[in-house]
Design a protein around this ligand. Structure first.
Ligand SMILES: Cc1ncc(COP(=O)(O)O)c(C=O)c1O
Length: 496
């Protein structure tokens, strides 16, 4: 009985047997389960776990090499308690809360110290298990099947060669990996018409982090920031968190409208490639007019070039940064859409004085993004894998975007708000009798995930309750039309 408990492992098919057995044995050693007795013999362990004896021998030998076990001729393997004395001391010191200090008192203790505003932010919500739904029309998650894992692994291996390791194993203090900077300068930024010197670029842990750094550096209660309405909720929350005055800027079919509000702005945040969430691409005349307005009213533009690569119907438009002759554009980009959001790598391109200040601030926060990630990405770009992945991604996006467009036009044409030229999502408007929240809840019950759009609006109004965003990056192509058909049927049911 005792042995069965010691030797029970629920194996996961995603990890190697050796890895899981080793983890199990280590856990048991840590908990003192084996005491001074010998571990189950290799043969016994193997037969109980239904694995080969060799697998168990390899695990035990590895644990001997690493000092967690020692072997005693003929008696078997034993836990090396001498190795664990530090851990045991540590766990003896682990504190537990006084049970008389009730949870309510703790809540109050911290409520007095924490900024309650953070709890009031409205954020996009996605179920953590979104990938278990048959029709996940959710935004910002990649299609795992497209990721070039072999090439990424190769670059990881190259980055970890003994001749290279010293480049990233050390603390770089406030520096970026020069190889990634070089690749951005040579292969990534030129695609957006941007040429930048080394001191004009800062690597961050994604666009969201770049925006946070900018808010921290540039914003106070006296600052007015114009954001698109509807727009990216996290940017609204980031700037509100820094006490900025938020000015929601209306949109038209060409992008940010040239409204009177622009004159009051110190900064204007925009997503011109594919406006989030409407997917409107800012026209070239509007880009030029916005730059002119920036000069006229003395504001700075923060260009979030999200999804610049996801163009379907037309070629990408030039970035605002590439048209800027006044030094009024701060450009933020990331590898989240073009490679992986989990990688957490972004970049900011701006005047060297601003970059120097952002570097100092970044140093206070986390010094620099993990250099091994930076180096692997640099190799990935330099070996041409990034470009070839982008081509593959674009081809897949074109197919799926077209499938979405056709399915929406066929099954629920009444929801189309405007025609777009790309972007990884569609912004639809439901009839005024159906709220987007109800629609999303009912859709979830039939296995279809959509995002209610009200979270994107600064001003909540009756009108803002009827938009939904449908993205296609995470759903397979053959699921698109059936998923949209299900939504159309739901729309009919809810309209009846
Ligand atoms: C407009 C926009 N900018 C930035 C981000 C986040 O980018 P990153 O992953 O680089 O932080 C998102 C994520 O959805 C987004 O929609």
């Amino acid at each position: 009985m005792r042995n069965e408990r010691l030797i029970h492992i629920q194996f996961s098919p995603e990890r190697s047997l050796q890895e899981q057995i080793k983890e199990h044995v280590l856990e048991n050693i840590k908990q003192g389960v084996y005491g001074d007795k010998a571990l189950p013999s290799c043969r016994k362990m193997a037969s109980m776990l239904r694995v080969s004896r060799n697998t168990v021998v390899l695990v035990y030998e590895k644990l001997v090499d690493e000092g967690f076990l020692y072997s005693h001729q003929r008696s078997g393997y034993f836990a090396n308690h001498a190795e664990q004395s530090d851990d045991l001391l540590q766990s003896a010191k682990t504190s537990t809360l006084d049970p008389t200090n009730a949870a309510g008192a703790q809540a109050q203790f911290w409520a007095q110290r924490l900024d309650n505003q953070l709890n009031q932010h409205r954020n996009i919500q996605k179920p953590a298990n979104w990938n278990h739904y048959p029709y996940p029309f959710i935004y910002g998650q990649p299609d795992h099947s497209l990721f070039p894992l072999t090439q990424w692994r190769e670059c990881g291996r190259l980055a970890q060669r003994s001749t290279v390791i010293h480049d990233w194993i050390s603390d770089s203090i406030d520096a970026d990996d020069p190889q990634l900077i070089k690749q951005l300068q040579a292969n990534v930024l030129p695609k957006r018409g941007i040429s930048a010197q080394t001191d004009e670029i800062l690597i961050t842990i994604g666009t969201q982090n770049s925006l946070y750094l900018l808010a921290n550096l540039l914003v106070s209660a006296e600052t007015t920031i114009g954001i698109e309405e509807p727009g990216y909720p996290d940017v609204r929350n980031i700037f509100a968190h820094h006490q900025a005055r938020i000015s929601p800027l209306p949109l038209d079919v060409q992008g940010i409208a040239l409204s009177k509000q622009l004159a009051q702005c110190d900064y204007v945040y925009t997503t011109p490639s594919h406006q989030v969430p409407t997917n409107i691409t800012m026209s070239l005349p509007r880009r030029e007019a916005l730059l002119k307005a920036a000069e006229q009213h003395d504001f700075v533009i923060i260009e979030d070039d999200y999804e610049s690569e996801v163009n379907v119907v037309s070629l990408p438009s030039p970035s605002l940064k590439s048209l800027d002759t006044q030094g009024r554009v701060i450009y933020v980009g990331s590898l989240s859409k073009s490679l992986s959001p989990g990688l957490r790598l972004g970049y900011m391109v701006a005047d060297k004085h601003l970059i120097a200040a952002a570097r100092k601030l970044r140093r206070l926060m986390y010094r620099h993004p993990p250099t091994n990630n930076q180096r692997t990405s640099a190799l990935f770009i330099s070996l041409g894998y990034y470009d070839s992945y982008l081509r593959k991604l674009r081809a897949s996006y074109i197919e799926k975007w077209t499938e979405m467009r056709q399915a929406i036009d066929r099954f629920m044409p009444q929801t189309v708000t405007h025609q777009t030229v790309g972007g990884s999502s569609f912004w639809l408007k439901l009839p005024s009798s159906i709220s987007a929240q109800t629609f999303a809840e009912e859709a979830e019950k039939i296995g279809v995930l959509v995002e209610p759009g009200d979270v994107h609006f600064y001003h909540q109004s009756p009108d803002s309750q009827h938009y939904v965003r449908l993205a296609y990056s995470a759903i397979s192509r053959e699921k698109i039309a059936p998923g949209i058909e299900k939504l159309a049927m739901l729309l009919n049911t809810l309209s009846a």
